[in-house]
Write a protein that binds this ligand. Structure first.
Ligand SMILES: Nc1ncnc2c1ncn2[C@@H]1O[C@H](COP(=O)(O)OP(=O)(O)OP(=O)(O)O)[C@@H](O)[C@H]1O
Length: 446
């Protein structure tokens, strides 16, 4: 038997279908229902399709995650808009920074007469506002992090959807939000801490005057001059092919102003500070590399207590995920950023591996020791500016050099700030803390 060719087969099939449809009512009905269902389905999806086409061509969406530097600018800008106050899902925060925006409430004053403030900040919801002739739908959102029982706090995001076909509106909005917060940031130092692979703003504090830190060496002026030269030397570094980075190691007993000095220097140069403690949980080689690659612009990096994680090259605890080589690579890596200034602090210089603090990583090693008598006198006169140099000097001379931390003296004076006679009366009772100063014990024993 020979098989029919394709055109013949199609003609026969076509004829059969036509015949069936013409003579069979059931087939006619079935076809009609199928056609109608297809049309209904299409009609149902039509509005959705049209809407998504319209959205695609007529709207712009701007998404900002909470850990991005632009988030606080936009959040503060939104909170300051009249409609921003209409967001009805609010959070109460008592620890806030100015950039958070939101409505401030003063509840009263505490024992010291300082105001107790809380702030209401929008957490979620959506508002429609008019911005430069465009409609803008703003939606703050808060998502719970962690699964099931595991609760790792919340992450925040902000979405702006706008009816605009041109992208020109986005840079304008960003610029406005930035200027809005930067204008208010004048004279403040922003403190960032790690969050995932990036940095989270935790505080904006007034810049501390360098002159409020009391040393009897040229530590402050020396550092200021060195940094000034570094910031002016970009082309020189480039010409020499030397990585444009500067590192400082501040070492000495706790409480003598290492961290305060870094914050004050940041303020003096209009910079911010990113504080990283190497003992941060879950810090591994990859995360450290990302953190250094993602440093916010114009920020000093402060690596606090670098002795806390490694003794020499060995991890101090089995839980440490960072490797010593990973740390060195992150500090040196190309991703670690040009123009970076790093301050490392430690209370235990002897416990550090020389590789970590060699020039290139820590170009200058600066001791920040316990208080000398000159510093003690300086501190006394800062609290009691009316005291003569001789008066303060006499009191200071009762305590040997290098036995008290400046933090301890500050605490002592703070407790007696309304009771000047108590300072003279109790001065002799000032003793170093048990763990603090072996020197004192030696001196007394001698
Ligand atoms: N040289 C100083 N002049 C004025 N105040 C000081 C000085 N040193 C420390 N203080 C005060 O002591 C407090 C603690 O200082 P800071 O935290 O900067 O010390 P630190 O050396 O970084 O301590 P740690 O090693 O524990 O981190 C601050 O409130 C600061 O005002």
């Amino acid at each position: 038997m020979t098989l029919p060719d394709l055109p013949t087969l199609w003609t026969e099939l076509h004829g059969l279908i036509r015949h069936t449809l013409a003579t069979n009512d059931l087939a006619q009905g079935g076809l009609l229902i199928a056609a109608l269902s297809a049309a209904a389905m299409y009609a149902r999806t039509l509005p959705g399709m049209l809407w998504s086409r319209l959205k695609h061509h007529m709207t712009l969406t701007l998404d900002v995650q909470g850990d991005d530097a632009a988030f606080p600018w936009l959040a503060a800008w939104l909170a300051a808009q009249p409609v921003g106050r209409k967001l009805s899902h609010l959070g109460v925060v008592t620890r806030f920074n100015e950039q958070m925006g939101g409505q401030n409430l003063t509840l009263g004053t505490d024992r010291d007469g300082d105001e107790i403030n809380v702030r209401l900040v929008p957490l979620s919801g959506q508002v429609l506002l008019r911005y430069r002739g465009h409609w803008l739908l703003a939606r703050p959102e808060r998502q719970r992090r962690g699964q099931g029982e595991q609760h790792l706090g919340y992450s925040h995001s902000l979405t702006f959807r706008m009816l605009a076909s041109s992208r020109g509106i986005v840079p304008t909005l960003l610029q406005e939000a930035y200027t809005f917060t930067a204008g208010r940031a004048d004279g403040k130092v922003e403190i960032y801490v790690p969050q995932y692979e990036g940095w989270r703003l935790v505080e904006r504090r007034p810049a501390r005057a360098l002159s409020s830190l009391i040393y009897d060496t040229d530590l402050v002026s020396g550092l200021h001059t060195d940094l000034q030269a570094f910031f002016a030397d970009h082309d020189w570094y480039a010409g020499m092919g030397i990585p444009y980075r500067r590192g400082y190691l501040l070492h000495g007993p706790p409480g003598n102003g290492k961290s305060s000095l870094v914050a004050a220097l940041a303020g003096a140069f209009g910079l911010n500070v990113c504080v990283l403690n190497l003992a941060t949980p879950d810090l591994n080689d990859d995360r450290l590399t990302s953190l250094l690659a993602n440093l916010p612009r114009r920020a000093l990096l402060l690596l606090e207590d670098i002795d806390a994680v490694f003794l020499g090259r060995e991890p101090r605890a089995p839980t440490v995920k960072l490797s010593f080589n990973g740390l060195l690579n992150a500090l040196d890596g190309v991703a670690a950023g040009e123009g970076r200034v790093t301050f490392m602090t430690t209370n235990d210089l002897a416990g550090l591996d020389p590789a970590l603090i060699r020039p290139g990583r820590a170009d200058r090693h600066l001791p920040v020791a316990n208080a000398t008598q000159a510093q003690l006198a300086g501190m006394l006169r800062r609290f009691w500016p009316g005291w003569s140099v001789e008066d303060a000097g006499q009191l200071a001379a009762q305590i040997p050099d290098g036995v008290l931390s400046m933090a301890q003296v500050q605490e002592f004076l703070l407790e007696r700030r309304a009771d000047e006679p108590a300072v003279r009366r109790d001065w002799q009772s000032l003793r170093p803390r048990a763990t603090g100063c072996p020197t004192w014990i030696n001196l007394r024993a001698g």
